[in-house]
Ligand binder design. Structure first.
Ligand SMILES: Nc1ncnc2c1ncn2[C@@H]1O[C@H](COP(=O)(O)OP(=O)(O)OP(=O)(O)O)[C@@H](O)[C@H]1O
Ligand SMILES: [Mg+2]
Length: 330
């Protein structure tokens, strides 16, 4: 077994590489904070950040909320709500309807250096439209990144199992998002797109996605939730702990179930592992009790619009016309 190196600085971050990060851990173990920490580094290095999916409660819209720092956001909301942004928030928040094309949304975000935050909450009651818009993002982003903005991009998906569910059916809409996500991941290096996803359980995420990530980051997690083919991991941690200087054994190599919110293990395909620490991101990380509208004064009001499912397509029109004509003749 090769020894891992214990390094303070982060060996995983390289702004010139196009990496896939997969973060797993129990509820509240600090997965989303870690997603944000990496994404913040990318943003500060000039990448286009698309925060595509968050837990309910608009956690992926908090980039513009003041912490040690804050970043300008472009909220992509459903066409079924109007968004009111108070004057004082104009610098940090702008909004665009999901009716707009992915290309124009990204162009604007690049021009104004804003983080793109997709607000799935505003699609409540219109889940199909929500998943279809996410699917559109996933399939369009590579083209837009390469042909239109010529940029380097990072796509964030928290609670990835909602979009990429492996087995249980939360809903049927994953059928829209799974294939484009998989192809985005497969081609990510060629399209200059990194991605960071998190999930509570490793196995909940579609295997094609799991197998295409470059590094697995493990937050506090019970050994029992690990898949069988990773049973070597706790054994290896135990082995390394035994070899470490006595005083530092548990701080260098804690048990997986005892990791603190600021700690995580990075597991590489080579089966090398490194234990790392991180600080919370500079912008405000959403706590359970936080309400986005109360925190920012930004309001989302239903505008009474509905999805247009019964649009009469051209060929329908011809059939209808023919039918009416035959009715008239009779
Ligand atoms: N690096 C850190 N330093 C200090 N505290 C942290 C750190 N990371 C996370 N925390 C604490 O852990 C809490 C939970 O973090 P986070 O929301 O990222 O968890 P999560 O695993 O995404 O939870 P969920 O499964 O519910 O989405 C944070 O609100 C914060 O208080
Ligand atoms: Mg989370």
């Amino acid at each position: 077994m090769s020894d891992p190196i214990y390094i303070k600085s982060d060996p995983l971050y390289d702004s010139n590489k196009y990496m896939g990060y997969f973060i797993i851990g129990l509820r509240g173990s600090g997965k989303s904070a870690l997603v944000e920490k990496y994404a913040e580094k990318f943003y500060c290095d000039g990448r286009i950040v698309v925060d595509l999916w968050g837990a309910s409660g608009r956690e992926n819209l908090f980039w513009g909320v003041k912490g040690k720092t804050q970043y300008p956001c472009l909220i992509v909301h459903s066409p079924f709500v109007d968004v009111e942004i108070p004057k004082g928030q104009g610098k940090w928040y702008a909004a665009v309807s999901g009716d707009e094309s992915v290309e124009s949304i990204i162009k604007r975000a690049v021009l104004e250096k804003r983080v793109v935050c997709f607000d799935q909450n505003s699609y409540q009651g219109f889940e199909e439209e929500c998943y279809k818009k996410v699917a559109e993002f996933l399939s369009e982003l590579p083209r837009v990144n390469m042909d239109v903005v010529d940029g380097r991009m990072v796509v964030l998906v928290r609670e990835a199992s909602n979009l990429l569910f492996a087995h249980l059916k939360v809903n049927d809409y994953c059928k829209f998002t799974r294939a484009p996500f998989l192809s985005l991941i497969r081609e990510s290096r060629h399209n200059r797109i990194s991605f960071i996803i998190d999930s509570q359980r490793y196995k909940d995420v579609y295997s094609g996605v799991r197998e295409n990530t470059d590094v697995l980051l493990i937050k506090r997690t019970p050994v029992t939730t690990l898949p069988d083919d990773m049973s070597w991991l706790p054994k290896k941690i135990k082995y390394l702990r035994r070899k470490a200087p006595f005083r530092f054994r548990y701080s260098l190599f804690p048990k997986l179930g005892e990791l603190k919110p600021e700690e995580y293990y990075a597991v590489f395909p080579s089966t090398n592992i490194v234990k790392l620490n991180f600080d919370l991101p500079g912008f405000y990380h959403k706590r359970e009790e936080d309400n986005f509208s109360r925190k920012t004064g930004i309001l989302f009001k239903s505008n009474g619009r509905k999805p247009v499912n019964n649009v009469c397509r051209r060929e329908d029109g011809v059939i209808l016309f023919w039918f009416q004509l035959t009715q008239l003749r009779e």
